[in-house]
Design a binder for this molecule. Structure first.
Ligand code: ARG
Length: 462
């Protein structure tokens, strides 16, 4: 295996040691970031006269030509991406390649690469979140008057609308957008030039490389710059948080697409069949998202465990910060795309949803609200309506089927006008408080969300 070190070693390392320590295969995820970081470093070395302008030019041209050749041209019999690129550069430009690593270490280099990589990944994530939000906005508007049950404790609670329910997921995504944006700000500081842990005696310009690479500024302490991995933990936390919400949407789709609910039919493009039961249409993608959220949560735990009590200064343990990061980001991006695809191609069984509310007593709160609005204390109204529900149960009738006589047989002092509040449609129509599913409140919510969605990034909700 080709190495960037070895002068002090009499013997070659064991084959297992090489294999155990190698990260080149996963490092390929950020081969471009490594090149870009090296170009900035080479330019700065030239500008500061640490190497000649000509040498700097040669290095930059060599690095650019590696970029043109693509990752396939890189040697794989090396420890990591930094070695691969330096070896390849040597093949291209000769001995001057050895000057690239002046005033730099792989420790500041890898930290710079990871921060650049995360920055680029977050831009992709912003876009995917925005696109899924756009779909939820369209569906939220389209189904703002389509009734469906609302649950608490997974028990029928109060009627809501499909549009209202879907919009709840819009706001969850808005929060993830904020988190991602804040993380992007927090992580956008440059370790390059910190060298191994303690800076360098060469007259480098860290402001220059930081600026060229698009960072807000250099990290002020070289030891901190090479030791910190908290931004990766934050990224893993963000991914875990996002996956948790995607798993909740997925679980709804699993439940709702089953025959017991029958609220939605997922398209052929996102479902799979059974090898034995010809009638099956399985929501595998939703199940996989639900299941893989476990792995994404575990990735955070993995790195948190690695970092706990790790002394400052580069430690090889942190080489393994990257596979969980790549894994979580890939899973979360794929899962957002799949949720998008499932929702976009779903057929909603609106009649099933509406009909399922009939007879489920979910307008009992409306009856209590009505009595309270006539001056009865709400606690008393709750009690009276409880008796009415029990009376209906005993008579095996639904709340909507109550007539004046039955009502008075159960609760003599409840006025018959109370019967006017028992329809699910009316129940939704009357709930106009801020954030409720009533038509005007929902219109306000939608325009608030539409306004935010048009803004660049993920601004504050108010
Ligand atoms: N592959 C290493 C990593 O990802 C690069 C840094 C190696 N530094 C060292 N001193 N061995 O952490």
């Amino acid at each position: 295996m080709r190495k960037l070190w070895g002068g002090a070693f009499a013997e070659d390392s064991d084959g297992l040691v090489n294999r155990f320590g190698q990260s080149i295969h996963t490092d390929l995820n950020f081969w471009q970031e490594d090149l870009i970081g090296s170009v900035a470093h080479a330019r700065m070395l030239g500008a500061k006269g640490i190497i000649s302008a000509e040498e700097s030019e040669t290095l930059i041209r060599g690095l650019e030509s590696i970029h043109e050749d693509g990752p396939e041209s890189l040697p794989m019999d090396v420890e990591d991406i930094h070695t691969a690129i330096e070896v390849r550069l040597g093949e291209k430009v000769g001995e001057v390649a050895g000057k690239l690593h002046t005033a730099r270490s792989r420790n500041d280099q890898v930290a710079t690469d990871t921060r650049l990589y995360l920055h680029n990944q977050l831009i992709e994530l912003f876009d995917l979140i925005k696109k899924l939000q756009a779909l939820l906005l369209t569906l939220g508007d389209k189904h703002k008057a389509d009734l469906m049950p609302g649950w608490t404790h997974q028990q029928r609670a109060q009627p809501i609308t499909l549009g209202f329910h879907l919009m709840a997921h819009f706001w969850a995504l808005q929060r993830h957008g904020w988190r991602a944006e804040r993380l992007s700000e927090l992580a956008n500081y440059c370790p390059l030039g910190s060298a191994a842990l303690a800076g360098t005696s060469f007259p480098i310009d860290r402001e220059m490389t930081s600026h060229e690479l698009g960072f807000n500024g250099p990290i002020p302490n070289a030891l901190d710059a090479t030791s910190d991995r908290s931004y990766i933990l934050d990224a893993l936390g963000l991914c875990a948080n996002l996956m948790i919400d995607l798993s909740r949407i997925s679980q709804e789709l699993v439940l709702w697409s089953g025959r017991e609910f029958g609220f939605v039919s997922l398209s052929d493009a996102v479902t799979t069949g059974s090898s034995i039961m010809p009638q099956k249409r399985n929501p595998d993608m939703a199940e996989l998202i639900r299941g893989r959220s476990g792995r994404v949560i575990a990735n955070w735990v993995t790195l948190a465990t690695t970092m706990k009590a790790l002394p400052l200064g580069y430690n090889r343990d942190t080489q393994d910060d990257k596979p969980p990061l790549f894994d979580s980001l890939t899973k979360v991006k794929d899962s957002i795309k799949l949720v998008h695809l499932m929702l976009e191609s779903a057929t909603w069984r609106l009649d099933r949803m509406r009909d399922s509310i009939r007879g489920d007593f979910s307008t009992a709160t409306d009856l209590a609200d009505f009595l309270a609005s006539t001056g009865m204390p709400f606690r008393r109204a709750h009690e009276v309506v409880g008796q009415i529900v029990r009376g209906c149960d005993e008579r095996k009738i639904t709340l909507e089927a109550l007539d004046k006589e039955t009502l008075h047989a159960i609760a003599a002092d409840v006025p018959e006008t109370a019967l006017s509040v028992l329809s699910p449609e009316g129940s939704v129509q009357r709930r106009e408080s801020l954030g409720a599913p009533g038509p005007n409140a929902m219109e306000k919510q939608l325009s608030h969300a539409q306004w935010l969605h048009k803004c660049e990034g993920f601004p504050k909700i108010a």
